[in-house]
Each structure stands twice: as structure tokens, then as C-alpha cells.
Ligand binder design. Structure first.
Ligand SMILES: [Zn+2]
Length: 714
């Protein structure tokens, strides 16, 4: 009775517990089902092509010896990733087998997930058993981890990964999955510390050969790595790697992938890796992947710096991003930059700029640094040579005095401002006569202004050509008053593309004598002179010929056939070119040679202009030949002790640095002819075309064809 009662009570208890358990489990499984279905829906389909790999950005320049583009710079991604690919069919069977046997022996049987292993791994984790050799993940699951970079260690991620693996197996064949796996998996770092992705990269990085040539032992040694790419790295942890290699070989043997003989041979093969002395003796030609084609310099050349900066500036303009973002983009990799540099010219400039004897010394020896920059362009705007400082270049992306320093242009501005504007608009001619006198006190400043460079006003009458070649300041000041600063400023900025400050440089001192507030860069000034050797055509200076985005296989910057603007009339360009020739030409009447006579070259016709700023803080020379437009700036970084370069002529240094090359450059080029210009002797007194009784000039002046103002005095 009593026992029966207890029994019945127990039965009831067991039954109710049982029912409660069933109810709980039902609810739980309902919840789980909803959860999984929801997860199935929200798990996006992974595609193998999801991860475009960008390895590095590189820069190519034409080598004049071979006439072809050659790699001159290669920037690895900031995270030093390298990846090469190989087709699965190019791999020997034992390479794929080594990975399958080691990482996922039931790869060809499962549908993405190996439940037996998952369960084993789960139990393993619970009881924390030691010595596990395989993780719970199949090759398919590992591939998903590689593609998605999903490295959370939550249950949710693991479940998501299972779903993704199942879906991936439905969309791809086993071979496609295996191929993607072998080509994306991380293999640790090579001897340069670069991250290697993909079996081809690892085979070259570790063994100096393609994955298609791997022996069974080498394949096993690679298959040992993915489980722990740091601890099993054959370069840094050879012993550990070899131990796991032996395990891999054993698995291959056990699973019947290699014969007993092959196993024996592989076990006894000494695997040589890239950092071993034996390896270096056996493969003396071996180069690591980063050094494969090109040794990355620790300090960029001026050309490389200029190319990177132009790349960034272009991206800033085109995509409205910050400069930092643009540089990040370059560093991310995937860009090929083809540049315009002429290796002979660049070599000549760099050689001469590393030789300090080309430049003036600081005579007061108070440590003030003299600096200089040089630019050479062709008549399509291609930068052929560029140097941004004197001496050895000390760091990458450093200050470049050719492209970054904004210095006062001094008298080099005159042809780009007052004289250019006057001739273009028919307001002055070659021989228009003016008096060498300052503006009266009170016109611009409280005193008479401006000084000439020799602190002397002759009060004599002379022609425009004379004022220009002697670089007198008085006429430009008078022309500024006559023409109006707005007109001249707009001409200099809009026609000649000179980069001036609209707030402060639209004024007498900046536009007449180049005492600008901000100042253009040397590159900008040299570029602005281009129309005067080019029939009036302006092509914007550039160093990037083409830029290709490798990941999109698309040209994103293309200057291979650049557009031009007609900056000034062809006759203006022709007349100005002739006047600038007189700045250089030593055979001038009455020994009145120009300020740039030391730049004379016997084989070429140099047209140019000198410039000096107050107290000789800066001296400059812009020189045109039939082939090139080039310019030099020499000056002080801070402007202290400015008198040391007082006795230096920029035209002389220009010739010393580049004259030899420019003079001996063989070409058929000539300045463009202009049918709309005639040369004529002029009346030296009135500056008009000479009549029979005029005191005739010894040299011709150059005029527009329709100009017909003859002297009516004589
Ligand atoms: Zn006359």
C-alpha cells in the first residue's frame, strides 16, 4: 500500500518532468527553427570572386637605352601583402592531396560541413583534450573565413559559416572551391616580412620555385603551415614545421595518396628553405618576391615623388577627396603609373645636383642653406626632368622646391604679365619707345618707384625690346599704370596660367617686377613660358602619362594625347620668342647685351628671361630651346644673409647644369614659323617703322603683318 503510493507519486513526478521537458524542448526547437530560418535568409550568398586582391602600386618610366617602359618604383601595400595565383590544373596531384589529407580528409564527401569533425571538435573543446591535430573547419569553411574576413569567435559566426559553406557548395564545384582555397589562404611571412597569400606565393617565398614544381615533401611542408602560419612557418620555425610535415606525409600515406616508397623518400628528403645557407648555395639566383623585379629604394627619387604627388592631386580634384585619402588609395595598391620622365635628362640633372660645386657657397659662412630646383618640360607639357633640392635626397616625399616652394618670380614675370599683355593686345610693339624713368612720387608709393636693378634711372628713351632684354623695372611699372592691373592680372592668370594670389597679387609691384605675395612655383613659371616657344599653345605640365587601375583593368588618368589651350596669338608668341632670344644673344648692337647672355648655346637658339628678387633672396632663369622649356631657381630657404648669391647668375648655373645636354641634344625641332609676322627696321627715334630718312635700327624688329605705322617725323 505504502510502496504503491510512493510508486504512483514517483510515476506522476517522472511523467510531469517528462512532459515539461518535451514542452520545453518543443518551444526551444521552435525558437531554434525560427532563428535558423531567419539566419538562412539573412546569410548573403558568398561568391568566390568577392575579394579583389590589390598587391602594390608601381611606377614605370621609359629607359632611353631600351626605349621601353621599365619599373622604377614599386610600393608594397602598407600591410605588405603579396599574392600570386596558379591554376589548379597546373598543380601536381600530390600538392592538392597534401592539403586535403591534412586539413579536410573527407573534402570530396561532405557538403561543406564535416559534422563528424564538428562534433569531435565540439567535444574536444568541452573536455579540453590536448593534442588535437585537425580543427573543426572544412576547406570550404576556411575559404569562407578567408573571403569574408569574418574572424569573430562567437557561436553565431560559426553557425553563419556553416550555412555559408552549404550554400557555397551548392554554387561551385569541389575543384573551384579547392582552387580558390589554395589561392587565397594565408601562408605566413617570407624572409622580407611580407604576408604571403596563395600557394604560388608561398612556394616561391619559401622554396624559390613555382607550386607546380613542388616535391611531395615540400608540398607537405606547405600543407603544415595554414593550421598556424606563425608557429608552423618553415623559415622562422623550421623544426616545428618539419614535425608537422611528417604528420602530413603520414596522413597522405594512410589515406593511400602516396606509396610506401614515396613516403619513405619524402620523409628523408631535406627540405631547403630560402633563409638556409645550403639553399643560397643551391639557388644563387634566388630573389624574394618583393625583390623579384626591382629593389624598392629607401628614398624615392624626385621623379617618383612628383608622380605620387600628381597622382594624389588628380584624385583630389576628380573625386573630391582629401589628400590623405588619395595617398591612402595609392598605398592600398593596384595602380600602375606610367610617367613622362626622360631617363637621360633626369640622370643629368640628378648627377649635377648632387655635385655642390655647381652652386654658390654661403660666403658669410653663417650656415644659411642655399637651395635650388630645376625643371625640364617638352612642348606637350611632359615633365622630362625634375629636381627639387641640392645634394643627396634624404627622404621620400620630402619638400620639393620645384613643385612646392612659392617664391617671388622677380623679373621672370614680365613677359607673362605686362609685356605679354601689351603685345597680345596691340598696345605696344617691339620698338615702342619709352623713357627709363620711375613713376612720380605719389602715383603708387610716396617715393619715386620702382628702382632698377642697378639703382640707376637713365631718363633715356629706349625700345620695349631694350627694356625687356636689360630687365629694367621702370617700363613695366609704367605699363601697369597704362594698362590697368586688372587686365594684366587676368592675362597672367587666365592666358598664361600663372598661379597668382587674387587677393594680393593683383597690384603694381607683383605684376610689374614680380614682387608677389605668394608667388608661383618654379614648375608653374616654366610651364607658363611654354606658349612662347610653341606658337602660343599651352599644355599643362604633367608627369603622369597614364595611370591604370589594375583591379578594374581601366585607364583612370590619360595624358597620352593631351589637349592644349591657345594661350596667346601665334604672332604674339613668335614676337615674344624673338625678344627673349635677345636676352641671350651676345651679338647685340652697341654692346648692349641682355641679362641672360651667359646662357648662350652655340648649337641651339636659347630664348629666356632672368629674375632676381629683392636683396638677391631668389635668382631664377627660364630658358627655352627648340626642344625644351626649362628653368632654375636658386635661393635661400629662409632669406637670411641674402647677399651670398649676389654675384651668381642663374643663367650661368642653368647652362652649367643643363646647357651641355640641351646644346648637344640632336633633333630636327625648331620654333614654329609664323606667317603673320614680318621683320622690319625701325626708326630708333620714334620706334615706328623706318622711312627712307629715319635713323634706322641696326637690327630688325618683329611686328604683326598688318602693322603699318611708319615714322612720320623724318
Ligand atoms: Zn623716323
Amino acid at each position: 500500500m505504502y510502496i504503491k503510493k510512493i510508486f504512483s507519486f514517483l510515476m506522476k513526478l517522472i511523467l510531469s518532468v517528462f512532459f515539461m521537458l518535451i514542452i520545453t524542448l518543443t518551444i526551444l526547437s521552435c525558437v531554434m527553427t525560427v532563428y535558423f530560418v531567419d539566419m538562412m535568409k539573412t546569410t548573403e550568398l558568398i561568391t568566390i570572386e568577392d575579394k579583389p586582391f590589390r598587391t602594390h602600386s608601381s611606377i614605370y618610366a621609359i629607359n632611353n637605352l631600351t626605349g621601353t617602359y621599365e619599373l622604377i618604383y614599386k610600393r608594397l601595400c602598407d600591410n605588405n601583402d603579396i599574392k600570386l595565383s596558379i591554376d589548379l590544373e597546373d598543380l601536381p596531384a600530390h600538392v592538392a592531396d597534401a592539403f586535403i589529407c591534412t586539413e579536410d580528409e573527407r573534402f570530396y564527401e561532405h557538403q561543406g560541413v564535416d559534422y563528424k569533425r564538428t562534433a569531435a571538435a565540439f567535444i574536444n573543446e568541452l573536455i579540453n583534450m590536448y593534442g588535437s591535430t585537425q580543427g573543426g573547419s572544412t576547406i570550404t569553411q576556411q575559404l569562407i573565413k578567408n573571403i569574408t574576413d569574418d574572424n569573430e569567435t562567437t557561436w553565431e559566426r560559426k553557425i553563419r559559416e556553416i550555412f555559408r559553406a552549404i550554400r557555397l557548395e551548392q554554387s561551385y564545384t569541389k575543384d573551384e572551391i579547392l582552387s580558390a582555397y589554395l589561392n587565397t589562404i594565408y601562408f605566413g611571412q617570407d624572409v622580407d616580412g611580407c604576408n604571403m597569400y596563395g600557394i604560388e606565393t608561398a612556394a616561391i617565398g619559401y622554396f624559390g620555385k613555382s607550386a607546380s614544381e613542388l616535391t611531395i615533401a615540400e608540398a607537405a611542408s606547405l600543407a603544415a603551415v595554414p593550421q598556424n602560419p606563425y608557429y608552423e612557418n618553415p623559415i622562422s620555425n623550421y623544426e616545428e614545421n618539419q614535425e608537422r610535415k611528417n604528420y602530413c606525409l603520414l596522413k597522405m600515406f594512410e589515406l593511400g595518396k602516396i606509396s610506401p616508397d614515396q613516403y619513405e623518400e619524402a620523409i628523408h628528403e631535406k627540405v631547403l628553405v630560402a633563409n638556409m645557407q645550403e639553399f643560397k648555395e643551391k639557388y644563387p639566383e634566388y630573389k624574394t618576391l618583393t625583390h623579384d623585379e626591382f629593389v624598392n629604394p629607401s628614398v624615392n627619387s624626385w621623379a617618383v615623388d612628383t608622380a605620387i604627388n600628381e597622382f594624389c592631386e588628380t584624385l583630389v580634384k576628380e573625386y573630391n577627396i582629401t589628400e590623405e585619402k588619395a595617398f591612402e588609395e595609392f598605398c592600398k595598391g593596384g595602380y600602375e603609373l606610367y610617367i613622362t620622365i626622360n631617363s637621360d635628362i633626369q640622370g643629368e640633372l640628378e648627377k649635377n645636383y648632387s655635385d655642390l660645386t655647381f652652386f654658390p657657397k654661403d660666403t658669410d659662412e653663417n650656415g644659411e642653406t642655399i637651395q635650388s630646383a630645376f625643371v625640364v618640360l617638352d612642348y606637350h607639357g611632359r615633365i622630362l626632368g625634375i629636381v627639387g633640392g641640392i645634394g643627396e635626397k634624404e627622404s621620400s616625399l620630402c619638400w620639393n622646391h620645384a613643385t612646392m616652394s612659392r617664391r617671388q618670380p622677380g623679373s621672370t614675370i614680365k613677359p607673362l604679365s605686362v609685356y605679354g599683355y601689351g603685345i597680345e593686345n596691340g598696345l605696344i610693339t617691339w620698338s615702342s619707345v619709352f623713357t627709363d624713368a620711375p613713376l612720380d612720387a605719389g602715383v603708387i608709393t610716396s617715393e619715386k618707384w620702382p628702382e632698377n636693378y642697378n639703382n640707376f634711372w637713365s631718363y633715356k628713351s629706349n625700345t620695349v625690346n631694350y627694356f625687356l632684354k636689360r630687365s629694367l623695372n621702370t617700363l613695366p611699372a609704367q605699363l601697369c599704370v597704362n594698362f590697368g592691373t586688372d587686365n594684366i592680372f587676368n592675362f597672367a592668370v587666365n592666358n598664361m596660367h600663372l598661379d597668382l594670389d587674387p587677393q594680393y597679387d593683383n597690384d603694381y609691384a607683383p605684376l610689374s617686377v614680380g614682387a608677389t605675395n605668394r608667388g608661383p612655383t618654379l614648375l608653374n613659371t616654366v610651364n607658363a613660358y611654354m606658349p612662347y616657344g610653341n606658337g602660343g599653345k599651352y599644355y599643362e605640365a604633367h608627369i603622369l602619362e597614364q595611370v591604370i587601375d589594375i583591379t578594374k583593368n581601366k585607364i583612370i588618368i590619360d595624358n597620352s594625347s593631351p589637349d592644349y589651350e591657345q594661350a596667346v596669338r601665334a604672332d604674339t608668341a613668335y614676337i615674344m620668342n624673338k625678344m627673349l632670344q635677345n636676352v641671350i644673344n651676345p651679338n647685340q648692337p652697341d654692346n648692349e647685351s641682355g641679362t641672360g647672355v651667359t646662357a648662350f648655346l652655340p648649337n641651339k637658339t636659347v630664348a629666356g628671361k632672368t629674375g632676381t628678387t629683392q636683396n638677391w633672396r631668389d635668382i631664377a632663369f627660364i630658358g627655352l630651346t627648340e626642344d625644351f622649356i626649362s628653368g632654375i631657381w636658386i635661393g635661400y630657404e629662409t632669406g637670411e644673409n641674402p647677399y651670398a648669391i649676389k654675384n651668381t647668375k642663374a643663367a650661368t648655373v642653368w647652362k652649367n647644369v643643363f646647357g651641355n645636354f640641351a646644346n648637344n641634344y640632336s633633333s630636327e625641332a625648331s620654333y614654329p614659323e609664323c606667317a603673320n609676322v614680318k621683320d622690319y627696321h625701325y626708326c630708333t627715334q620714334t620706334g615706328l617703322l623706318a622711312g627712307a630718312d629715319c635713323p634706322r635700327s641696326k637690327e630688325s624688329g618683329y611686328y604683326r603683318k598688318d602693322y603699318n605705322e611708319y615714322c612720320n617725323v623724318h
